[in-house]
Ligand binder design. Structure first.
Ligand SMILES: Cc1cc2nc3c(=O)[nH]c(=O)nc-3n(C[C@H](O)[C@H](O)[C@H](O)COP(=O)(O)O)c2cc1C
Length: 196
């Protein structure tokens, strides 16, 4: 049986295969069955943490990191890799009433999530980073984020260039949007998790 991310985190950072041009050329446009199958949906919540900030600066893809306490829910049942689903950031920031998101920022948006060691950046820790597919008007560090993970896109890979990683992330976003556009997935936008 393949190790979950939590099991592999017990020992050394596992080696990740290098992404090849041939892999990027043949990636499918849509992934997963017509509706989520176990272990999905997986619900994750937590206050948004600051990462290293390279997602936004280097990759044109800002990510919201979940706190370590949120990780076991996901990493104990799945492997490292890229996932898709929906996320919502709370309008209000706990302990800071002056910082409120616009109504448009605070609704449910599609997301892609990277669960792993970011081998390209040689991180020493397992992280869960969510890229919400929406142009936010302001940052939302410290705001509560709720996410529903609905499916798996691909394994985590290492890269010989930044451009190759950016190309795969752009494909991940397209694949996520196509995959979420099915009835069995779209309905999770209205999940009770997002109602409160
Ligand atoms: C959809 C998506 C897929 C990603 N896939 C990989 C990957 O396969 N390999 C990798 O090393 N990093 C991958 N990353 C992670 C980026 O390396 C990460 O976002 C970057 O380290 C920025 O983190 P930082 O903001 O904490 O600096 C992915 C990120 C996203 C959003």
């Amino acid at each position: 049986m393949v190790e979950t991310a939590a099991e592999s985190a017990q020992h050394e950072r596992p080696p990740a295969p290098v992404s090849k041009g041939t892999f990027r050329a043949v990636r499918p446009d849509i992934v997963g069955p017509e509706e989520p199958q176990p272990p999905f949906p997986i619900i994750l919540t937590g206050a948004v943490q600051k990462g290293f900030g390279r997602g936004g600066k280097d990759l044109g893809c800002p990510t919201a990191n979940l706190p370590d306490e949120s990780l076991p829910v996901m990493s104990s049942v799945t492997q490292t890799g890229v996932y898709y689903g929906y996320a919502r950031v709370a309008a209000d920031k706990v302990g800071d009433p002056s910082h409120t998101l616009s109504a448009e920022d605070a609704v449910v948006h599609p997301m892609v999530m990277s669960l792993g060691w970011n081998p390209f950046y040689k991180n020493e820790r397992l992280t869960a980073e969510i890229h919400i597919m929406h142009e936010f008007e302001s940052d939302f560090y410290g705001h509560e984020m709720k996410a529903i993970v609905l499916g798996y896109i691909r394994p985590e890979l290492d890269y010989v260039s930044r451009d190759a990683l950016v190309e795969d992330i752009e494909t991940d976003k397209r694949v996520a949007l196509n995959s979420l556009a099915r009835l069995g997935y779209e309905k999770y936008r209205d999940h009770e998790l997002f109602q409160t």
